[in-house]
Design a protein around this ligand. Structure first.
Ligand SMILES: Cc1ncc(COP(=O)(O)O)c(C=O)c1O
Length: 272
């Protein structure tokens, strides 16, 4: 049996989409690259396509309008499962419970972690469609279904933390809150447009990205300097290459958002 992983292109098109507010207009056609891979490998050899609905650690790459819908269509056409990695986008990050709700695209499997316990205790999970669940659960009675056992699987403390976290999300209306404050967040992100070194600004829900022009011959140096200077001023940012990724807690207040962007504005004027 041949096994392997192939890749479809990312959807970062700064020449067409720079400074877009929310979902970019251009790039849905990049999903058609999946058709090329199906022709190359044959659909019967492709078990699944896995994507982050909004790619996080790679530098906050947003899905262009229609892109995820097109992936779903192609997967359906060829009987390929679609998996959303919602470790970052899940639990309110986009102002909806999950990215699948936000984009209105239904995958076959969803992976979860981080927000599941709000990071208080390690826990990950997978949600799947009924068909997949039944396939695993319809074996002989004397066999253990989905036979894999980790020492800490289904740990009661992690499960208790997850249940308590879900209660907090519901009682405090945190997903709705994220949705309400997202327009203020968008304004704040795009207020950095004329700040030195900024070549792109992106936002969706409570996610933001500031892309800096790299120093020639010294990629990542500018963003790293910004990271250190922000840290000294009490602001924790994350950088990937020369991209600053922002993902504030769902309880963030408008005054915190002002503080975050005042600090960033000051720092970006100071960096080399
Ligand atoms: C999108 C995404 N998927 C998966 C993971 C891994 O999550 P965990 O270490 O909780 O399994 C991460 C971790 O940062 C992530 O950002």
């Amino acid at each position: 049996m041949l096994t392997g992983v192939d890749h479809i292109p990312h959807t970062h098109l700064p020449e067409k989409n720079a400074f877009t507010r929310g979902q970019p207009e251009h790039g849905a056609e990049l999903a058609d690259e999946l058709e090329r891979l199906v022709t190359l490998h044959d659909a019967s050899t492709i078990a699944a396509v896995i994507v982050e609905p909004v790619a996080g650690s790679t530098g906050v790459i947003l899905p262009p309008k229609g892109y995820l819908e097109r992936l779903r269509e192609i997967c359906d056409k060829h009987g390929i499962l679609l998996i959303f990695d919602e470790v970052i986008t899940g639990f309110g990050r986009l102002g909806a419970p999950f990215a699948t709700d936000f984009f209105g695209v239904k995958p076959d499997l969803v992976t979860l972690a981080k927000g599941l316990t709000s990071g208080t205790i390690p826990m990950g999970g997978v949600v799947c469609s009924k068909g997949i669940y039944d396939a695993f659960m319809s074996g002989p009675d004397n066999m253990i279904e989905l036979f894999h056992g980790y020492t800490y699987s289904g740990h009661p403390v992690a499960a208790a933390a997850a249940l308590a976290t879900l209660d907090c999300y519901k009682e405090d209306g945190l997903f709705e809150r994220a949705n309400e404050i997202a327009p203020y967040w968008e304004e704040a992100v795009h207020s950095l447009k004329d700040v030195p070194h900024v070549v792109d600004l992106r936002n969706l829900g409570l996610i933001g990205a500031i892309e800096l022009e790299p120093i020639p011959g010294k990629p990542t140096a500018r963003a790293y300097e910004a990271f250190l200077k922000c840290y000294e001023k009490g602001l924790m940012i994350r950088t990937t290459g020369d991209i600053i990724a922002l993902s504030p807690p769902l309880i963030v207040e408008k005054s915190h958002i002002d503080q975050i962007f005042d600090t960033l504005r000051t720092v970006l004027k100071e960096v080399a």
